[in-house]
Unconditional design. Structure first.
Length: 207
């Protein structure tokens, strides 16, 4: 079982699973295989592994970190603080129920790009940096709420909504920036990963 939809994850190039687990302060760690770890992280905790040679991925639907909510004012600060420990990395999140889609990139210690869209509320609470080439190709991440005008008609609103991202476009961005997790074949990942819980979260019954 791979992941990507209805969850959030980090993609880290220069740090291995143990380094990333340390940076996330994961507790109650256990070493488990890729398929088990990715499935478990959809229910509880965080799974960190290096499924491809170039990238370490940290995936958690609920417990990646409360700071990973891109709507929080301190989200950019959390990204930069984490980058100080693990180097350059990327953040992605999708949730088709609330249409919460987000992505961010830290390069050379700087937050060069971050975008978040919440379809349920029609809000773009985060928009930092210039759109990357893949975003321009897809036509997403280019506008926010600043462009909205009260005198818009249906055509203008339709064009604005068409410029908002979908979960599949988040996967396209992930594939261009680093790796698209749903494309990773379970059988190709032989190295185990680390499953654990952030501080203050105790292991519980899967739900």
């Amino acid at each position: 079982m791979s992941f990507g939809f209805k969850t959030s994850w980090l993609a880290v190039r220069d740090a291995g699973p143990e380094e990333v687990a340390d940076a996330l302060d994961l507790q109650h760690r256990q070493c488990i295989d890729w398929e088990t770890g990715t499935e478990l992280a959809y229910q509880q905790g965080v799974f960190v592994a290096r499924p491809v040679p170039e990238w370490t991925l940290a995936h958690g639907r609920i417990h990646l970190s409360h700071e990973t909510d891109a709507t929080r004012p301190d989200f950019p600060d959390w990204l930069l603080a984490l980058a100080a420990r693990i180097g350059d990395f990327q953040y992605f999140a999708t949730d088709r129920i609330g249409e919460y889609h987000a992505w961010a990139k830290v390069e050379l210690g700087e937050l060069t790009r971050a975008y978040c869209y919440i379809g349920m509320s029609g809000d773009v609470p985060l928009r930092l940096g210039e759109p990357t080439a893949i975003e321009r190709e897809l036509g997403v991440g280019l506008v926010g709420c600043e462009e909205v005008r009260q005198d818009w008609g249906d055509a203008e609103w339709d064009a604005w909504h068409d410029a908002m991202p979908t979960e599949h476009q988040v996967m396209r961005i992930a594939a261009d920036w680093s790796v698209c997790p749903p494309l990773i074949e379970d059988g190709s990942v032989t190295a185990p990963g680390i499953h654990g819980f952030p501080p203050g979260v105790e292991p519980g019954r899967a739900f």
